[in-house]
Design a binder for this molecule. Structure first.
Ligand code: IFM
Length: 449
């Protein structure tokens, strides 16, 4: 018997994007270069040799993109502000044309009944600040807070939802530990220091946002989190899973909610631990109005004596299905994660700020994109989210990553995550079957399975 899964009234049904991945216009209207401009312009860094110079050309097509969201009945739009578009040098003079762009976007969203959900940092650091060490330099916490003040003063009267950072784990480890993202550093010690500076800058920004918005705003941070499973039932693999959980989840959650780094990992990292100044942890653990959760897949790990300081290796479950990113499809992990967050950290509100999948979408002879695997993925995750709500998790919103196909970082344009297909040679947008399905879910405030 089909069952209807009804979501709470006022549930925030959204879609998400980020500035570098969709805007293009990399050097227009006074914008300064970001570390991603420099990185993608460096040969060999991006799988298909592409850049975000044009991307989805959203900087010029924003009105059309908002109209598309309106047609789909989208209730909230999560986007990010490009720091170097607003402050070309990262600090100092404001580029009013850059700020005007977001001002117009916010007005257009509100005019169309779409709630703006603003992320302040989604990885496109001004190159001018990278030249001073970027996130490795402790001064950046203050530079970030000053940038946040500029944006909040301009948009704070209309934007209610503010996220300071998107996925600081990725910035720290993929950008500074493993070098696969900008700025391309390969130094684990730096990665841990960067993680600390990201958290510190978050804490300062929370205060700035509260002051600038008079307490009306809902302020939070977005983390990429996962449910970690041991590869076997041995005590060794269970211990490895606990360490991996520390690395992926607790290293950010504990400071934010409890004001301390996890002791087991702190000891495990030994001389690599970051420099922490008195007062830092109190600043980092300022009260949050919401926790943003990006969930894509679970992690399965085993003990491995050769597996670096954590002595962990990833295991790929054989019988599972995978997305084009090579990520296992494991909807139940979302439920497990939500329950665990609620139990251990008790965030006032949780928002799923990203969930979605890349598949090898094609435009069929009928001109449509029949992406049933994406519908299946989203449906199964929503059922798990619903299960968590039923069990008391304060989940208030869900954002699909992404509104449209876009620049998937080091993968360039080879991975399509969108509800809307983008033909990058013409910039034509085609809503995929999943977009129409999501429209119906939103209209019904729930889904029948
Ligand atoms: O495209 C990214 C996004 O920028 C951050 N979260 C994960 C997405 C898919 O990899």
């Amino acid at each position: 018997m089909p069952k209807f899964y009804q979501f709470p009234e006022g549930f925030l049904w959204g879609v998400a994007t980020s500035s570098y991945q969709i805007e293009g216009a990399w050097n227009e209207d006074g914008k300064g270069p970001s570390i991603w401009d420099v990185f993608s312009h460096t040969q060999g860094k991006i799988a298909d040799g592409s850049t975000g110079d044009v991307a989805c050309d959203h900087y010029h097509r924003w009105r059309e993109d908002v109209a598309l969201m309106k047609e789909l009945g989208i209730k909230a739009y999560r986007f990010s502000v490009s720091w170097p578009r607003v402050l070309p040098q990262g600090r100092g003079p404001v580029n009013s044309k850059g700020l005007d762009f977001y001002d117009r976007l916010v007005d257009e969203l509100l005019k169309n009944g779409i709630e703006p959900f603003l992320t302040l940092y989604h990885w496109d650091l001004p190159q001018a600040l990278q030249d001073f060490g970027g996130w490795v330099n402790r001064d950046i916490a203050k530079w970030f807070a000053d940038y946040v003040a500029v944006v909040a003063r301009r948009l704070g009267d209309r934007v209610r939802w503010w996220a300071t950072h998107n996925e600081p784990w990725v910035v720290a480890w993929i950008g500074h530990g493993w070098g696969e993202h900008a700025p391309g550093l390969r130094n684990p010690r730096c990665a841990l220091q960067v993680a600390h500076h990201l958290l510190l800058s978050h804490g300062l920004a929370v205060e700035v946002l509260r002051d600038a918005t008079g307490g009306a705003a809902r302020i939070g941070i977005v983390l990429n989190l996962t449910s970690v499973h041991p590869a076997s039932d041995t005590a060794e693999d269970h211990a490895a899973a606990h360490r991996a959980d520390g690395f992926s989840n607790r290293w950010f959650l504990d400071p934010l909610f409890w004001g301390s780094y996890p002791k087991d990992l702190w000891e495990g990292f030994g001389p690599m631990v970051p420099e922490v100044h008195p007062g830092d942890m109190a600043c980092i653990s300022r009260r949050l109005d919401f926790l943003g959760v990006n969930y894509y897949t679970r992690a399965v790990v085993a003990h491995d004596a050769q597996g670096g300081p954590l002595q962990v290796k990833s295991v790929r479950p054989e019988k599972s299905a995978y997305t084009e990113m090579g990520w296992e499809i494991y909807p139940q992990g979302l439920y497990e994660l939500l329950i665990r967050l609620h139990r251990d950290y008790k965030p006032a509100t949780i928002i799923i700020t990203e969930n979605g999948a890349a598949f090898a979408d094609v435009v069929s002879a009928d001109g449509r994109v029949h992406d049933q695997p994406r519908i299946d993925y989203l449906r199964d995750h929503l059922v798990q989210a619903h299960r968590a709500i039923r069990e008391g998790v304060p989940l208030e919103g869900y954002f699909v990553w992404s509104l449209m196909d876009n620049f998937e970082w080091a993968h360039g344009y080879t991975k399509r995550f969108g509800l809307v297909y983008v033909d990058f040679s013409t910039q034509r947008r085609i809503p995929k079957d999943s977009a129409l399905w999501y429209r119906d879910v939103i209209a019904a405030n729930g889904l029948t399975v």
